[in-house]
Structure formats: C-alpha cells, structure tokens
Design a protein around this ligand. Structure first.
Ligand code: SAM
Length: 227
C-alpha cells in the first residue's frame, strides 16, 4: 500500500506553507501539479527537487491511471494544485477516489483555502455554511441562484474579478438588495481586503472602482439572518 498525500499550498502568502507540507513534498517519489511552471516557483523557494508531472482538469482522467501505476509500484505521490486545497474547485477528487478504491492510503496535509479564510473573515455566521464554488456561467445559473436565495446557511462563492459586479447584481435581484454579503479580495496578500455590506451597497462600491483586480470570494448571509 502506498500513500497519496493531498497537500494544501499557499493562496498568496508563502509563509503559510507548513513545514510538514514542505517535508512531505521533499520525501515523496513524485509530485502531481496542476501547473508545473506555477509550482516550480514554490519548489524553488522551498528547495524542493522532487520530480513532478502535470495533473490538471484537462488531463485528469488520463493522468489518474499514471498516478495509480506509481502508487501500485510502491512509491508515494503528493498532489498539489496551483493554490490552496486540492479538490476544492481544483483537480483532486478523481485521484483521491481512485487511490481509495485501489487500496492506497490518502493523507491530507491541511493548509490554506480561500473559502474558509473568507468565511471566517466575513463576520457572517460560520456555524453552518455551504460552499458552491463557481456558479455555472450559463445553463443552470438562474435555477441555482433561485435555490440559493432560499438557503439558510451562509453561502460561499468563488468569482473572477471581471464578473464580480454582474454576480453582485444577480444576488441583489434574486436575494434582495438588503441581503448582507462580503467580498474578500486578495486574501493573505499585500492588498488583502474584506468589504462587508448589504449587497446593493457592495455592488455600487465595486461598480464605481475603475478596475477590480485579484482573486475574489463572495460570502452571502443565509436568508433568515438578521443583525
Ligand atoms: N483550491 C483553491 C482553494 O482551496 O481555495 C481554489 C482554487 S479556484 C481554481 C481559484 C479561486 O479561488 C479564485 O478564482 C478565487 O475565487 C479563490 N481564491 C484563491 N485564492 C484567493 C485569494 N488569495 N483571495 C481571494 N480568493 C482567492
């Protein structure tokens, strides 16, 4: 039985990379990376010289077999994504399921993820929440928004900066203008900010900016929440 390590990497701040994560990446036989060039910078910074191969959403199905061959030959593999926790809006699930099904041990080395970092920083209830990742761009988007408008738990969404104002407009339309929400931008990085307000105000605030840059998480209060 070999080990598949699922290793979280920083979402911006390299100091968030844990000693255990670095040690694991140095010790395994191979590292499966979402983007070998992106991860190459991380490896250089931490002096990691382990051989790596690409494992991303476009080759995941094919590469799972390769990853299994390595595990079957009694060699351990670590799986990382470009940032944060593999499997969370990133490749990982297929590899983990296959490793499990084929009798290998899966060990998660925990670390940063944008979703829970934004949730905690939003000041919205963290006792019950649902993670929705990126909403579908076209088909099924309205249906999902209608369903989420009724959701009582705090909702976490990922969004790209150029679609943020559109998303906030949709939340205003489906959830109502007074629904509390937070935009968490550039978490753990130099220009980190978390702006929290009723969604109509949030939309105006970001619509007035000349440009919106960086990575974004939107956190929305559940439909029964009042302050
Ligand atoms: N696996 C990652 C995780 O654990 O959070 C998420 C990967 S997903 C492809 C990338 C999205 O995560 C970005 O578009 C953004 O919504 C969110 N994200 C990642 N890093 C972030 C950061 N530093 N600040 C805010 N959002 C971030």
């Amino acid at each position: 039985m070999s080990k598949l390590y699922i290793v979280a990497t920083p979402i911006g701040n390299l100091s968030d990379f844990s000693p255990r994560a670095v040690e694991t990446l140095k010790e395994v036989a191979y590292i499966a990376c979402e983007d070998t060039r992106t991860s190459g910078k991380l490896f250089k910074h931490f002096g990691i010289n382990t051989p790596s191969f690409s494992f991303h959403q476009h080759n995941e199905h094919k590469k799972v077999d390769y990853l299994l061959q390595i595990l079957d030959s009694n060699q351990d593999v670590a799986l990382i994504s470009d940032a944060g926790m593999p499997g969370i809006s990133d490749p990982g699930f297929l590899a983990i399921r296959s490793a499990n099904q084929n009798g290998h041990q899966v060990i998660v080395i925990p670390g940063p993820d944008a979703a829970t970092t934004a949730l905690v920083g939003s000041g919205l209830p963290c006792d019950r929440y649902c993670f929705e990742g990126f909403l579908p761009h076209k088909k099924g988007r309205q249906k999902r928004l209608k369903e989420l408008a009724e959701e009582e738990r705090t909702i976490i969404l990922y969004e790209s900066p150029n679609r943020l104002v559109k998303l906030l407009g949709e939340v205003e339309e489906y959830f109502g203008s007074k629904r509390l929400a937070a935009v968490a931008r550039e978490l753990t990085k130099t220009f980190e900010e978390i702006v929290r307000a009723p969604v109509a105000e949030l939309k105006n605030e970001f619509a007035e900016r000349p440009s919106i840059k960086g990575e974004i998480v939107v956190v929305i209060a559940g439909n029964k929440y009042t302050e």
